[in-house]
Design a protein around this ligand. Structure first.
Ligand SMILES: NC(=O)c1ccc[n+]([C@@H]2O[C@H](COP(=O)([O-])OP(=O)(O)OC[C@H]3O[C@@H](n4cnc5c(N)ncnc54)[C@H](O)[C@@H]3O)[C@@H](O)[C@H]2O)c1
Ligand SMILES: CC(C)(O)[C@@H](O)C(=O)O
Ligand SMILES: [Mg+2]
Ligand SMILES: [Mg+2]
Length: 362
């Protein structure tokens, strides 16, 4: 652990200097890591660990889409690919990476596989923190640990392949073996994390649910839709409204924020833009602050969890989510976006369908 100064606040963090991959391999040398679930996180974490030389097996529902996907990625039925229960039986570390709603559903089948000394690993505080709703209460004789990548699983894999990494938080909720912490850090490094920062299961789930419902996804889409709508209502073309709302952000300004921070991006825009943005930022903060506060309370009270568990436990939850995503995709704004993407120089002359098919999630 290295003590680092984050704007005057000292935090203990773990980098690859303190915990090199060699050390992670040593800590995990006698473990079989069973990754249950092959969604974006299960896929990314299992493949990164396999590439890093860790003994990994995958557990999914036999015959389902995830099973097929896992086979395509080289997981071999009966050798490294099993049913969820069999993988959980065989693993010494059980990475519980089915959907949060499925963690509740599958728990009665997974719990009996947790023999003394095993580690139960999550990438979210959800099931443990909201145990009153999920019923996920691990036995006292296992380690209960978490590594939560702060990015999409898609980026966890893509950044790993590009030699980079996604930062992740980590926490230990229960240390039965006395090795829970080193197991956690080893797994965090093995899945290809950038740096690891410590949290608690509570803080992780409260911040994560707030972040994705807020700035990262919910607020992002909502605020873009509002601006696009206003521009269109005042007679601006779809091309103008989309470029001024989304394309300029993703192709230019947010990249500058990623490189050197917000003031750097501002400084690389006109003084006219700086004057207006510096003024209007206060107004946007003022009107959204109570919304963020209400959101946080909805997370802490368990209301967001209740909504997720109810909606995502129905047999047709995937079709329903896809129907809402389709509605978004087919809206004028995002259709205009598809056209704008096709016109990017790197996509020039490629058929529009081919440009959109590069998405790995569809
Ligand atoms: N998606 C991300 O990038 C991301 C990032 C950080 C943390 N997490 C956390 O990681 C965990 C996994 O998330 P995800 O997004 O990879 O998965 P997801 O929510 O997309 O769920 C997909 C996996 O769950 C399985 N599944 C769904 N219902 C099931 C059921 N009833 N029985 C058995 N299996 C079922 C699917 O087959 C698939 O393997 C969650 O705790 C999530 O909050 C996700
Ligand atoms: C990738 C996110 C949004 O950070 C994650 O929290 C998720 O739930 O998918
Ligand atoms: Mg999340
Ligand atoms: Mg998140």
């Amino acid at each position: 652990m290295a003590k680092m100064d984050f704007a005057g606040v000292l935090e203990e963090v773990v980098t690859r200097d303190e915990f090199p991959l060699e050390k992670a391999r040593e800590v995990l040398k006698d473990e079989v890591v069973a990754v249950l679930g092959y969604g974006v996180q299960g896929m990314a974490q299992s493949l990164n660990m396999r590439d890093n030389g860790i003994r990994v097996i995958v557990g999914v529902r036999p015959g389902g889409r995830s099973w097929e996907k896992a086979q395509k990625d080289g997981w071999v039925p009966g050798e490294t690919l099993f049913s969820l229960e069999e993988a959980a039986e065989r693993g010494t570390v059980i990475q519980y990476l089915v959907s949060d709603a499925a963690q509740k559903q599958m728990w009665p089948k997974i719990e009996p596989c947790l023999k003394p000394g095993k580690a139960l690993y999550f990438s979210h505080g959800f099931s443990i923190v909201y145990k009153d709703q999920t019923g996920v209460v691990p036995p006292p004789y296992v380690d209960v640990i978490m590594v939560a990548p702060k990015g999409s699983g898609t980026s966890v894999r893509a950044n790993f392949l590009a030699g980079s990494g996604i930062n992740a938080s980590f926490a230990v909720a229960q240390d039965y073996t006395g090795r829970a912490r080193e197991r956690t850090l080893a797994l965090g490094i093995a899945i290809g994390s950038g740096y690891l920062f410590e949290t608690t299961f509570e803080h992780e789930v409260y911040s994560d649910l707030t972040g994705e419902r807020g700035v990262l996804m919910g607020a992002l889409a909502g605020i873009m839709e509002a601006q696009y709508q206003v521009l269109r209502a005042h007679g601006h073309s779809p091309s103008e409204a989309f470029n001024e709302t989304v394309e300029e952000l993703t192709q230019s300004l947010i990249r500058l924020v990623a490189e050197h921070g917000m003031d750097w991006m501002y400084a690389n825009c006109s003084t006219t833009a700086q004057r207006g943005a510096l003024d209007w930022r206060h107004e946007f903060r003022r009107v959204t602050l109570p919304v963020f506060e209400r959101l946080y309370q909805s997370v802490v009270s368990g209301e967001e969890t209740r909504i997720v568990l109810k909606a995502n436990s129905t047999p047709d939850y995937k079709e329903k989510l896809e129907a809402e995503l389709r509605e978004m995709r087919e809206s004028e704004m995002w259709q205009a976006g598809a056209k704008v993407r096709a016109l990017r120089p790197e996509n020039w002359k490629k058929p529009e369908k081919q440009v959109e098919a590069t998405s790995i999630t569809r």
